[in-house]
Design a protein. Structure first.
Length: 271
């Protein structure tokens, strides 16, 4: 029996139970009420209010520009729609790095002002103080290792991470450290599938992969990518389940044509 039928609201404990019984975790991003309502009603386990909103909602080149206030706005919209899914919110760049007190204040604002259920943070041992401080306040934390988009200018590329032994070893150590600190799960982004398998098997908390192979305990994608709203973005790890760009573009063109030709509105569409 699926978790969808067993429980009303997915919790961090639900995800742990899913890992134990070998049930994969489905996670998808959402940034607004209407889209989140559709995602939640479909039976999604986790909705991530990602800082990818900086890209797909605001048109920025990176995730860095989005602010804490903007993340709270998006999260609030999603929380109002989510009746079943666990809602996890990214702490944006600059709201937690290097200052554990600021990290705690940022996490508290997200939880209080949006009603979200957990926060997600990028990094390993270097953010351990911030993770600990947030967890001490009773706020669930999800980790994020591998390709960490907030560090794009440090790495200078979006290519696969941890292919070399030294970086792979550090990633394994960071994963164990995040688990030890008390994180309830870890996103593994764009790392070799074999490494992700090793990490997933070494942890008792669930891993969520994006471009990290099939051995993770769950998978996450950006909804605009998997629905084909972002034209031209087709990395290897992405499975596109629809081409909404073409559907929406065609519908909008038909609307324009109908308005121009005066066929819309017709007599049945007026009062």
């Amino acid at each position: 029996m699926s978790v969808h039928k067993e429980i009303k609201r997915v919790t961090t404990n639900s995800l742990q139970e899913m890992k134990v019984r070998g049930e994969k975790i489905a996670m998808l991003t959402a940034y607004d009420y209407s889209m989140a309502a559709i995602v939640d009603h479909a039976g999604m386990d986790v909705i991530l209010v990602g800082d990818s909103a900086s890209n797909v909602m605001a048109g920025h080149e990176t995730t860095l520009p989005i602010t804490l206030d903007q993340m709270i706005y998006h999260a609030s919209s999603v929380v109002r729609a989510a009746k079943r899914a666990l809602v996890v919110v990214d702490l944006p760049f600059g709201s937690y790095q290097g200052n554990s007190k600021e990290a705690l204040n940022s996490a508290i604002r997200i939880m209080k002002e949006s009603g979200a259920h957990a926060v997600k943070m990028e990094g390993g041992v270097e953010i351990s103080e911030s993770v600990t401080r947030i967890l001490t306040a009773g706020i669930p934390v999800m980790g994020h290792l591998g390709l960490t988009p907030q560090s794009i200018y440090k790495f200078g590329t979006y290519t696969v991470r941890a292919k070399e032994e030294a970086e792979a070893t550090k990633l394994k150590e960071d994963a164990l450290k995040l688990q030890e600190l008390g994180c309830f799960g870890i996103v593994l982004e764009k790392i070799p599938a074999q490494l992700a398998k090793q990490v997933s098997e070494s942890l008792h908390i669930p891993t969520i992969g994006i471009g990290a192979g099939q051995s993770c305990d769950g998978q996450v994608l950006v909804i605009h990518d998997m629905l084909g709203i972002n034209e031209g973005f087709k990395p290897r790890f992405l499975r596109q389940y629809a081409n909404l760009y073409e559907v929406m573009n065609g519908s909008i063109k038909n609307y324009i044509d109908d308005v121009k030709s005066e066929s819309f509105p017709n007599e049945k569409e007026q009062y």
